[in-house]
Design a binder for this molecule. Structure first.
Ligand SMILES: Cc1cc2nc3c(=O)[nH]c(=O)nc-3n(C[C@H](O)[C@H](O)[C@H](O)COP(=O)(O)O)c2cc1C
Length: 322
């Protein structure tokens, strides 16, 4: 259990701690001053009061949608079902100009877009907007709602969609062929992670990776299985964070959940100290922004995870710059 005190609050760790609270996923919609539909993915939705029926959610002040929600008469809350994960990614993207293109919706109260096939929808008038740090806190009074109890909601936890993690895990445990597919998927996704991290990682990301490697090297010596597994998963989670692409990092987090489960199942196996220099090598190539070399080292790393008896070719590596 890690304890963090407020004066030294580390924003990344704060977000991670908050991510342990599973939430649903909603698309918040309204219309802009020009009458154009506006929306974003949101997991800060919460129920507040039954009488009057009030709900709340938080909106990042820097969101492109901030003025539309602040100046609008109200908003619709579209609770996503497990089958609508694609919409969550679409409405969380800053680079899609028209998020509603190809999306089925109807104009509800005050013209607010109500998305089709959701688990539930709540149409609200704005009850209050409070200044809340880097977010605006909205309170909405529910004027109309619909729900479909047979739908399973999409659930978000630890930075990943739970349905996706669950599906991947079940799939990976079905047959030896499926295990091979998971290994291949992991190689591809991790290859994409390395490519993006080579392009986007900051010095701070490298420092976090370096600190994590030091921690892992201690566990490799001590041989404690569970912290070793956690540290291995954490290494790839940090590479995911270093991509600065929330969508790819979320996919990688789902794969990391599968990896954690598979590695925990195999935790009785002895420490694989040969993985330690390979992780160092991956980090070194990332720092040099050498994608091909990083991917090649990743290939040897994954081969070793799957075939622990195969020893990697030892390439002498110069010490990392301080
Ligand atoms: C699962 C998930 C939950 C999110 N929850 C919120 C939220 O509660 N409030 C918020 O302002 N942004 C939240 N975001 C981020 C916004 O969706 C994202 O910043 C926004 O859609 C970017 O588009 P914009 O540039 O049009 O604002 C969330 C993203 C995801 C993937």
């Amino acid at each position: 259990m890690e304890t963090t005190f407020e004066p030294s609050l580390d924003v990344k760790e704060f977000r991670r701690a908050l991510s342990l609270f599973p939430t649903g996923v909603a698309i918040l919609t309204t219309v802009s001053e020009q009458g154009v539909p506006v929306g974003l993915t949101c997991n800060s939705f919460s129920s507040v009061s039954l009488d009057p029926p009030l709900v709340s959610w938080g909106l990042r002040k820097e969101s492109r949608a901030a003025s539309s929600f602040r100046n609008g008469k109200g908003f619709a809350i579209n609770i996503l079902s497990g089958a609508q994960q694609g919409l969550s990614g679409r409405f969380a993207s800053s680079s899609i100009a028209d998020k509603f293109e190809g999306v089925a919706w109807e104009a509800g109260l005050n013209g607010m877009p109500v998305l089709s096939h959701c688990a539930a929808t709540f149409e609200c008038t704005t009850f209050a907007v409070h200044d809340a740090g880097d977010h605006w806190l909205f309170l909405g009074q529910v004027r109309r709602f619909e729900h479909e109890i047979s739908h399973h909601p999409l659930v978000f936890c630890k930075g990943a969609y739970m349905l996706l993690s669950k599906a991947l895990l079940e799939s990976s445990q079905q047959s030896p062929e499926r295990v091979a597919e998971v290994v291949e998927a992991r190689r591809l996704i991790h290859g994409a992670l390395l490519e993006l991290a080579c392009r986007n990682a900051t010095e701070e990301d490298f420092q976090a990776l370096d600190a994590k490697l030091l921690e892992m090297e201690r566990f490799a010596e001590a041989g404690a299985p569970q912290p070793r597994v956690e540290a291995g998963v954490e290494f790839f989670r940090l590479i995911g964070a270093a991509t600065h692409n929330e969508i790819v990092a979320t996919l990688a987090n789902s794969l990391a959940d599968v990896m954690r489960q598979n590695l925990t199942d195999a935790a009785a196996s002895p420490p694989r100290s040969a993985l330690v220099p390979l992780r160092r090598e991956i980090l070194k190539h990332l720092q040099l922004r050498d994608r091909a070399a990083a991917e090649e080292a990743l290939g040897r790393y994954l081969a070793l995870l799957v075939e622990p008896n195969v020893q990697p070719v030892q390439i002498p590596t110069p010490p990392l710059a301080a």
